[in-house]
Design a protein around this ligand. Structure first.
Ligand code: TEU
Ligand code: CA
Length: 555
C-alpha cells in the first residue's frame, strides 16, 4: 500500500490548474505539463478533484457518467497518460469518489424517471406526498429544501441534499453499493493509489427520512439525521473488504462535519474501514451553525480556537489510533491567507507560519493548489460568481432571513468558494500563464506579483519554504511518527509543541498572530535551531516577531 503517512499531498482542482488547449478551462494535459513543477516541489501524491463527465452544476461533483472523462478536461487516454506520467515521477494519485449522489442526468436517474418499475427507482430516494407538501423539513447544504419535484409523477419528490441536480443515492440498496465498487475497481485497475471520498459520511440517512425538529418553523438542517449515520461504518467495512483491500488501496474520507469519535472509528486500524479522514473544525472556524453563509458569528474566531482544535485532533489520534489529513485550504472554502492571516502586512510571513504549523502536526499534510506560492482570495462581483452554493445560499439567506440582497451578496463574496477557484498563477504573462484564452472564471490581478515564476526566482519565496518543509518531513521521521505534546496551552498567540519518538525530539514555536509577542516556555528546553522563518537561539523566554515560526532539535 502507498505509504500515505509518510506522504505530502497536493490537491488539484482541474478546472483552474492549467489549460493546455487554450479554451480557458484547465484540463488533464495541462496537469501533465506541470508534473515536473510538482516534482520540484516534492509532493508525493495528487488528490485529483473530479474529472468525470458532468454538467458543471457543481463543477464535477454532479457526475453524469463515472466511466467517461469530462470532454472539457480531455479523455480516458489523457487520464491514463497522467497516471503513467505521475508514476514515472514517483507521484501517486487519489481520485475523487463522489458516491453520495449522481447528477440527475446520470443514466440511472433518467431510467428511474422513465420507468417507475425499473430497478433504478430504488437507487434514489423518491417520496410521495398526498397534499403537495414537502416530504420533510430538511434544509439542503446549498440552501432551500432537499426535495425536488419528480418530473415523472405528480406529488412525488426526490432527495437532493446538495444542488437540485445532485440526486442522493440510496446506499441501503446493495445494487447501488455494488455499482460504486465497480467504479472504484475500474480506476484502481488503472494504477491509482486510492480515493478521496466526497461526503462519504453522509451516505446513511435516518430511516424513513423523518422531519428534523418538526416543532420548529421553516426548513431545518438535519445534521444528526444525515451526518455520520451508524450504517456508514458497515458500508465502509464492506467497501474495504470488497474493493480497497483487493487493490491494497487507500481511502480518505472528506469527513463532512464529522464528529471526533466517528472520525477515529472511520480510520483506526482495528475498524478496517478507511485509512484517513479530514475534519471540518478548522475549515468551519468563524462560520455559524448552518455553515459559511450563516454569518451570526460574524466570522470571528481566536488563535486560541485554532489551538483548541489542534489539541483536540492531535490528542485524539494518540488516544484512539485514528489518522487525519491536515489542510489549511481547499476548493470548498476561501483561501486561508487573508482568512487566518494578515495578507496585506505579512503576506509571506503568514503563509510560512501556517505552512510550518501544518507540516509539523501529526497527520498527513495537504497543500491546495496555489497555496505553495501564496495565492490569495479575490473579491468577485456578484455577476461573475460561478459557484451554485454561493448563488443559491445568498438567495436562501434573502428569502428565509429577509436580509437585503446587497448585504447577502457582500457576505457571499466574502465566503464564496470561488475565492479558491481562480486560475493558478504561473507567471506574469497575460492570463497568468494559465491559458492564452480568457479563463472561465475571474483571474486574480495580483498574478503579476504572486506567481510560480517569481517564486522560483526567489530563494526566500513561499515555494522554497514549502519545498524545505516537505523535505524536512522526509528527513525527520519524527515528523511522521513522533507523538504531539503541547506546552504553554494558555498563550493567546503562540502554539508550542514537541514531536518526539524514541530517538528524536523537535520543538515547534509558532506565533500564529500578526503581533509581536513573547513567550516564556514552560520547560527549559535545550536545543539547536533546525528550520523556520529566522535563525534565533533557543531561550526560555523567546521574543517573537509577527508570524515567527521556529523548529528546534531538542535533547
Ligand atoms: O463538500 C461537502 C461540503 O460540505 C461543502 O460542499 C460545503 O461547501 C462546505 O464545505 C460546508 O459549508 C463536498 C465537495 O468537496 C464539494 O465541492 C461539493 O460541492 C459537495 O461535496 C457536493 O458534492
Ligand atoms: Ca482546456
Amino acid at each position: 500500500m502507498f505509504d500515505y503517512k509518510n506522504a505530502c499531498f497536493y490537491q488539484i482542482w482541474p478546472r483552474s490548474f492549467m489549460d493546455s488547449n487554450n479554451d480557458g478551462i484547465g484540463d488533464l494535459q495541462g496537469i501533465i505539463s506541470k508534473l515536473d513543477y510538482l516534482k520540484t516541489l516534492g509532493i508525493n501524491c495528487i488528490w485529483l478533484s473530479p474529472v468525470y463527465d458532468t454538467n458543471n452544476d457543481d463543477y464535477g461533483y454532479d457526475i453524469k457518467d463515472y466511466y467517461t472523462i469530462n470532454p472539457e478536461y480531455g479523455n480516458m487516454q489523457d487520464l491514463e497518460n497522467l497516471i503513467e506520467q505521475c508514476n514515472l515521477r514517483g507521484i501517486q494519485i487519489f481520485m475523487d469518489l463522489v458516491a453520495n449522489h449522481t447528477s440527475t442526468d446520470h443514466k440511472w436517474f433518467k431510467e428511474a424517471l422513465r420507468d417507475p418499475n425499473s430497478k433504478y427507482r430504488d437507487f434514489y430516494f423518491f417520496k410521495e406526498t398526498n397534499d403537495n407538501s414537502l416530504p420533510n423539513n430538511w434544509l439542503s447544504f446549498f440552501g432551500g429544501s432537499v426535495w425536488q419535484k419528480d418530473p415523472s409523477k405528480n406529488n412525488s419528490y426526490f432527495l437532493a441534499t446538495f444542488a437540485p441536480t445532485q440526486a442522493d443515492l440510496n446506499w441501503d440498496n446493495v445494487n447501488v453499493r455494488l455499482e460504486i465498487y465497480k467504479i472504484m475497481a475500474f480506476y484502481l485497475e488503472k494504477g491509482i493509489a486510492g480515493f478521496r471520498m466526497d461526503v462519504i459520511n453522509t451516505i446513511d440517512k435516518k430511516q424513513g427520512l423523518p422531519s428534523y425538529h418538526p416543532e420548529l418553523k421553516g426548513l431545518q438542517f438535519p445534521k444528526e439525521y444525515i451526518i455520520d449515520g451508524a450504517k456508514v461504518h458497515e458500508y465502509l467495512k464492506e467497501m474495504r473488504k470488497l474493493v480497497l483491500d483487493k487493490y491494497d488501496a487507500c481511502g480518505l474520507a472528506e469527513g463532512c462535519l464529522v464528529s471526533l469519535d466517528n472520525a477515529m472509528k472511520y480510520t483506526s486500524e482495528q475498524s478496517k474501514e478507511l485509512q484517513m479522514t479530514f475534519h471540518f473544525d478548522l475549515a468551519m472556524l468563524g462560520y455559524g451553525e448552518l455553515g459559511k453563509y450563516d454569518c451570526r458569528k460574524l466570522y470571528q474566531y481566536s488563535i486560541m480556537d485554532i489551538k483548541k482544535i489542534t489539541r483536540k485532533w492531535q490528542n485524539a489520534m494518540i488516544e484512539y489510533n485514528g489518522y487525519i489529513g491536515n489542510y489549511l485550504s481547499n476548493h470548498d472554502h476561501k483561501r486561508h491567507l487573508g482568512r487566518f492571516t494578515d495578507v496585506k502586512k505579512y503576506h509571506a510571513e503568514g503563509a510560512k507560519a501556517f505552512a510550518l504549523y501544518n507540516f509539523t502536526l501529526m497527520g498527513s499534510p495537504f497543500i491546495y493548489q496555489g497555496e505553495e506560492i501564496g495565492m490569495t482570495n479575490l473579491k468577485i462581483p456578484y455577476k461573475e460568481w460561478k459557484d451554485y452554493e454561493a448563488i443559491n445560499s445568498v438567495k436562501t439567506m434573502h428569502d428565509m432571513l429577509h436580509i437585503p440582497n446587497t448585504l447577502c451578496r457582500l457576505i457571499g463574496s466574502f465566503v464564496t468558494r470561488d475565492n479558491a477557484r481562480t486560475p493558478m498563477q504561473w507567471n506574469n504573462s497575460q492570463y497568468a500563464g494559465f491559458s492564452q484564452h480568457q479563463p472561465w472564471i475571474m483571474l486574480n490581478p495580483n498574478y503579476e506579483r504572486i506567481n510560480v515564476k517569481n517564486n522560483l526566482e526567489d530563494q526566500n519565496s513561499i515555494f522554497y519554504f514549502y519545498q524545505k518543509l516537505i523535505k524536512l518531513r522526509h528527513d525527520f521521521p519524527v515528523l511522521v511518527n513522533g507523538i504531539f505534546k503541547e506546552y504553554n496551552l494558555q498563550h493567546p498567540k503562540v502554539i508550542c509543541f514537541t514531536r518526539s519518538n524514541d530517538n528524536q525530539s523537535l520543538l515547534m514555536i509558532i506565533n500564529l498572530s500578526k503581533h509581536k509577542t513573547s513567550i516564556t516556555l514552560e520547560y527549559n528546553f535545550i536545543g539547536t535551531y533546525l528550520f523556520g522563518s529566522e535563525e534565533i537561539p533557543l531561550q526560555q523566554t523567546m521574543k517573537l516577531k509577527p508570524y515567527q515560526a521556529l523548529i528546534y532539535k531538542i535533547k
